[in-house]
Design a protein around this ligand. Structure first.
Ligand code: FES
Ligand SMILES: [Fe+2]
Length: 445
């Protein structure tokens, strides 16, 4: 870490990571500018604003943003800051409104961001107020399969290029059905953790048999899940891959089993299997047989802070993260499947979820370990599987030889360095899209 705000925090040869990045305020301030100020950030889902004039209040990093659908159906991401003195112009979580009126002096904005009215334009401003230049600050918005992303960077590449070949994998969950997905939630809570600890954890399956031992035992006993063990993990044919800045793990099997989601149990397995079988022809048409039948996306993160599906790690200072947990369900799935997934998701990864409780404690301690002078001097060790990842004949990205690896973690911190050290998007490397996208699914769904 260091000189003239140039960051060298991960040693690619040894896997040693400078742990000061989890608590240093100046580093955090640079992250807000250089990562959250320029990356494509997940901010919501089209199903949260299905009708004209619907809006949903969200965040881009620390900044409050209103996701609106205007009267013509166009999406906007509007900074929730009145251009006069800075009050929030929207104070509710969601709703339907053509206009937002600031409750300080009454400046009123259309839901496309334009400043429509300011009290006393003639009398107080002598008709000199330049309304056209005082609309709400807008981010660029693009969607992928209904998921809404936004960026403040005018020079950012397209969202399609930003996701790159990661979409080849993401499609297997987010782009399986013609009717798309529906977002439920979010459930929100604060965690005493640095935001990167959660993202790093997304493709860390090494911790699962240890951290989640008791939770997994409960599940094995009551839900009929197979017991988790290191032996099972080490022998697993599943994969760990880093694709264009994004960390993915996926199940690699051609056994006609439905993708595992929280909510599957011995009681509900039949329901999920029937649904899987009934929708397979559609999935094959949309994704081609390799992706429909063989590849099932598992834990993953989308750079910088999209975690495990439509869940957000929103930074709130170096030592605090606001967690937003949505559940995504296929719009056209039977109501019983939606209900079971909703309950299963909350019970495992909601605020009081069995697994979430285990994880938060780890992330809290990893964060806290970077706060004392003594502990800060000693690096983290991310050396697992060094030299054992590379291109794969069937799968895009850098694929580790083993499912259990720290290759994605090392490369995540490398990606972090690339953003932190770049002066503009022109200096941030982006892999070209080389994957073959079989089937009819596109960026638009
Ligand atoms: S701060 Fe919004 S109208 Fe004055
Ligand atoms: Fe976990």
């Amino acid at each position: 870490m260091g000189d003239a705000r140039k960051y060298a925090v991960i040693d690619p040869v040894t896997g040693k990571l400078d742990r000061r990045i989890f608590s240093d305020q100046a580093t955090y301030d640079d992250e807000m500018e250089r990562i959250f100020g320029r990356a494509w950030l997940m901010i919501g889902h089209e199903s949260l604003v299905p009708e004209p004039d619907d809006f949903f209040h969200t965040y881009m990093g620390e900044d409050p943003v209103i996701l609106t659908r205007d009267g013509q159906g166009q999406l906007h991401a509007l900074l929730n800051m009145c251009r006069h003195r800075g009050n929030r112009v929207c104070r509710v979580d969601d709703g339907n409104a053509k206009r937002f009126m600031c409750t300080y002096h009454g400046w009123t904005y259309c839901n496309d961001g334009a400043l429509e009215y300011a009290p006393g334009e003639s009398e107080a401003y002598y008709d000199a107020l330049d309304r056209a230049s005082l609309g709400l600050i807008q981010a660029r918005v693009e969607t992928y399969a209904g998921i809404v992303f936004a960026t403040w960077a005018k020079d950012a590449p397209s969202l399609e290029a930003y996701l790159g070949d990661a979409r080849w994998y993401l499609d297997t969950v987010f782009n399986r059905r013609d009717d798309g997905m529906q977002a439920l939630g979010p459930m929100k809570w604060l965690e005493p953790v640095n935001w990167k600890t959660l993202v790093d954890n997304c493709s860390d399956n090494y911790h699962v048999p240890t951290s989640h031992l008791s939770s997994a035992r409960v599940q094995s006993r009551f839900l009929g899940r197979p017991p988790l063990s290191h032996e099972v993990q080490f022998a697993s044919p599943n994969k760990h891959a880093f694709v264009n800045g994004h960390s993915l793990t996926f199940r690699d099997a051609d056994d006609n089993m439905p993708r595992y989601v929280h909510g599957v149990s011995k009681e509900t397995m039949r329901l999920f299997q029937d649904y899987h079988d009934a929708t397979m022809p559609e999935a094959e048409r949309r994704l081609g047989s390799l992706r429909a039948r063989r590849v099932q996306l598992a834990n993953h993160s989308i750079f910088p802070n999209g975690i495990l599906g439509l869940r957000l790690a929103l930074p709130r200072g170096p030592l605090k993260t606001e967690f937003w947990h949505f559940v995504l369900v296929e719009q056209d799935a039977p109501e019983e499947i939606k209900r079971v997934i909703r309950i299963g998701s909350q019970a495992n990864n909601g605020a009081a979820g069995l697994f979430e409780q285990d994880d938060v404690d780890n992330w809290r301690q990893v964060t806290e370990a970077s706060t004392s002078r003594l502990r800060r001097r000693h690096t983290q060790d991310l050396s697992m599987g060094l030299g054992h990842a590379g291109p794969h004949s069937d799968y895009p990205g850098l694929v580790s030889e083993r499912y259990i690896s720290e290759n994605n973690q090392r490369l995540f911190y490398r990606r972090w360095e690339e953003f932190m050290n770049a002066e503009s998007w022109a200096q941030i490397p982006l892999d070209p899209i080389t994957a073959h996208f079989d089937g009819t699914a596109t960026m638009r769904g």
